[in-house]
Each structure stands twice: as C-alpha cells, then as structure tokens.
Design a binder for this molecule. Sequence first.
Ligand code: BTN
Length: 272
Amino acid sequence: MTVPASGPLPPDIAAALNAAVSRIVAFRVDLRWYASVTSTMDVASEAAHLGGPEGLTIVADEQTRGRGRRGRVWSSPPGAGLYVSFVLRPPLESLESPVLPLLTLAAGVAVRDALTEATGLAPVLKWPNDVMIGRRKLAGILAEGIAIGTPAQAVVLGIGINLAPAAHPPEIADRATSIEVAVGEPPDRSRLLEELLVAVAEAYDRLRRGSADDILRAWRAAAPSADGTEVEWDGADGLRVGVTAGVDDDGALRVVTAQGLERITAGEVRWR
Ligand code: BTN
C-alpha cells in the first residue's frame, strides 16, 4: 500500500489553507492536493492505514471513482466540485460507537455553516446528512471507519460539494444542484474551502469535547424536515411510510408509522 505523491498546491488552494490554519485549533491541517485521484477516500484511507495524522486532508480537482453513500457513484469531473476527505481519529470502541452517527451529523452542520459563510446560501439538512437547496442536493457526506479496533483506527470523513452544474449528470438535474445555479454565479472555491476547513475542525472539536448536545441542537435547527414531514423508505419487507418525529440523542431518525414509532438508524428516507 502506498499513498500517491501529491502535487503543488494551486494558488487559490494555498490561500485557503493559509487563511484557515490560523483559525483552527482542533488539529494541525496537513493538506495534500491532487489533480486527479480515484477517490479522496482511497487516498485518505491508505494514509490512515499507514499512520497518517489526524488533520490530514486530501483535496482533489477530479475523482475518477468518486463514491457516495450506499455504494452510489459520486460524479466528480475536474473543477466542477469540491472533493475533500479528512483523516480523523476520534475515540471509538467499535463501528457501533455513537460517535460515528454524531460525527456525520456534525459534518452536516459544518458543511451548511461553511456554505452560508462563503456563499450566503442557507441550505437545509436532510437526515442523515444530505445538504439540500429546496428538493435538490447540493452536497453529500460520507464517513468510513478504517481499521477499527487496531492501532491504525481512524474515520475518513468525505465531503463533496457541487460547485457547477457539470458536477452532476444532467439526468439528475431535478434532484441535484450546484452553488453556481443556486447563487447565480460561480463560487469562490478558495473561500469555500477555507470556511469548510474551519467549520469541520470546529464541529469535530465540539464533538471531541463531548458537546453532543450543541451538535444535535444545531443539526435539528438546520433540518426542519426531521420533524413532521411525510417520508418513505425501503424497509426489509417493502416500501414503508410515516411522518418524521425528530432525531434522538444518538442521531437516529424517529418516524411515526401506522404500526407505531420506528427508530431508523441507517439508510435514508425520501421526502414524499
Ligand atoms: C453521499 O451523499 O452519497 C456522499 C457523497 C460523498 C462524496 C465525497 S466527494 C469527496 C469524497 N470522496 C469520495 O469518493 N466521496 C466523498
């Protein structure tokens, strides 16, 4: 296993890093830039296996095999999106640790805050961690546990933000959007990356210091559809429907169905 050699930082990426480091206390950001990778998750997880430090941040201009949750493809053409993975080393006893769902909720809040700071947009969060403008997805978050239970244990937190319409295939234009479309002009990638680095580090620091309440409060405020919205999902025995009834302290979505209250801990729901 080897970690591919990174390239020199483009000037706007270097500017984002310089501006962010003085604002970050949670960890030392070690940002590596790649013109093209299979997936920033692959590079970050290889680095984590090899003992890469917390705060190692992999950023790429293009991913040839970008991946989303549930085995989906995350379309990642050059220059059209921000593709970032962080190596984090939170204390986890197992993959079932409550820290993991809270980390993804914290990341959702961080992405939303960064987008608001850098672009003025106010996206909403959709459980578990889609970042939405109206009914269209603007950004996604993927957390993968690495070598849990071994000394190399880590979590790789991946974030993809659509900068321009080319980021997503035209056939999902009714379900996806980009900053360029939502704001009406191309975003300042450097400013967005700076705010993303700062917001992720801040949210992670809060989680590490045990402020799960703060994270849940912020997440609930940013996710109005987690309470009182009709949703459907694919259950073991077919399509299920219900009305959301909030997120519990472990990050599970509560849904009232005809059969009673359900607690959804994994997967996703669709708005009806
Ligand atoms: C999702 O909503 O399904 C999660 C999407 C996560 C995409 C990001 S882009 C950076 C990192 N590298 C990947 O291959 N995936 C994540």
